[in-house]
Ligand binder design. Structure first.
Ligand SMILES: *Cc1c(COP(=O)(O)O)cnc(C)c1O
Length: 376
């Protein structure tokens, strides 16, 4: 295998136990497994999470939900992204929980539920300030009227999502969204009766605000042992209930070639790097197609024989070059760690993210699904 991802089951189980402890018994633990479980492998993560007793799966797309159903998971599955009206029959057939924010979808779903004679649980997404999905306050009544008039749709949940909870240590905007969400939920319940579930908590909200740990939480990034951001990490540090998170994923490859190049030689496309001494260059069979971002060109390092080897020149589509001049024992098919630990050295997701100007989520979510995931 040229390159593979290792998933540490023990770390995932540990994070689930920590999150379970954090949310307590008043909330169902929902795990967000969209984007191939943030790059960790949808079915690999689902298997471990189901065994560890998580109660809900949250996905973006219908396709992700169907993969879980086909693998035999009977859990409630929240579908958070848009489902085309033409595909709503599948939502009903597999009893998925769609998050609804437009009337066309609600109408389509009602038609399908009636046709299949199944009572469908639905969730409404309320606008509280993110202005992405979400029903604005003045547009809420028609949804509730439609639901009230339908014998095939059952309002199971009210949801919202925070705009500014991990990018700052100033949580005033998030607190305002929590207040708005609670006010809207109370208004709905006062007029149309109780709704079983209210859910707003992503990882950062669940970590920081106990009031969001009710009924159901939707935990993504923390499940994988990664902090939502430095700001969230800092904000949590004085809390007695802060969980200890363990990164789950490592990314490895094998050296595909080692070669000597003279002083003054250019390495790779664009001649962006020129050696300043006679050098040994190792070719690593991972490039931006596999998800090793081109922005890492000339700035990242990988680990070889427990030591750092700097990336030289540009990351190519399926390869990159690293400098092993100072690691004389480096040889063909040695293990390379792109992400993770080797000996006393470590490359973290956060480090890769800062090297290429992005967030941890994008680093892991973009590791190509074709790179095999191995449970260790
Ligand atoms: C992705 C997502 C989450 C999970 O967020 P994390 O910060 O990764 O925990 C929760 N809710 C919604 C609506 C999402 O899209």
């Amino acid at each position: 295998m040229l390159s593979w991802v290792e998933i540490r089951a023990a770390a995932l189980e540990h994070n689930i136990a920590e999150l379970r402890r954090l949310v307590g018994t008043q909330a169902a633990l929902g795990v967000v497994v969209k984007a191939n479980a943030y790059g960790h492998g949808l079915l690999e993560v689902a298997r471990i999470a189901a065994r560890a007793g998580v109660q809900w799966f949250c996905v973006n797309s219908l396709e992700e939900a169907l993969r879980l159903r086909r693998a035999g998971y009977a859990h409630p599955i929240l579908v958070m992204g848009y489902v085309e009206r033409a595909a709503l029959a599948e939502v009903v057939r597999h009893e998925l929980r769609p998050v609804i924010y437009n009337l066309e979808t609600l109408q389509g779903l009602e038609r399908e539920a009636a046709k299949q004679e199944r009572v469908m649980p639905v969730h409404l997404k309320l606008e509280t300030g993110t202005h992405r999905q979400g029903i604005p306050e003045p547009e809420i009544p028609p949804f509730l009227e439609k639901l009230g008039a339908s014998s095939w749709l059952r309002l199971e949940g009210l949801a919202t999502h925070f705009a500014n909870i991990e990018d700052t240590t100033d949580h005033s905007y998030a607190l305002q969204q929590m207040d708005t969400f609670e006010r809207l939920a109370e208004m709905i319940e006062a007029r149309w009766g109780p709704v079983p579930l209210r859910h707003s908590a992503c990882s950062a909200a669940a970590l920081l605000f106990p009031r969001t740990r009710r009924h159901l939480v939707r935990i993504g990034i923390a499940l994988y042992g990664l902090w939502p951001s430095r700001e969230t990490y800092v904000s949590c540090q004085d809390r007695a209930d802060a969980p200890e998170l363990r990164p789950v994923l490592a990314w490895k490859a094998r050296i595909a070639q080692v070669k000597d190049v003279p002083e003054g030689a250019f390495i790779g496309y664009g001649c962006t790097y020129r050696t300043t001494r006679p050098s040994r260059i190792a070719v690593v069979p991972v490039g931006y197609h596999e998800g090793y971002d081109r922005g890492l060109s000339g700035v990242a390092h990988v680990l070889v024989r427990g030591r750092r080897a700097p990336v030289r020149g540009r990351i190519c589509m399926n390869m990159c070059m690293v400098d092993v001049t100072d690691i004389p024992s480096a040889s063909l098919e040695d293990e390379v760690v792109l992400l993770g630990e080797q000996g006393a050295e470590r490359v973290t997701v956060e480090q890769l993210a800062s090297w290429c100007g992005t967030i941890a989520h994008e680093i892991v979510a973009r590791i190509h699904p074709d790179v095999p995931r191995r449970i260790v």
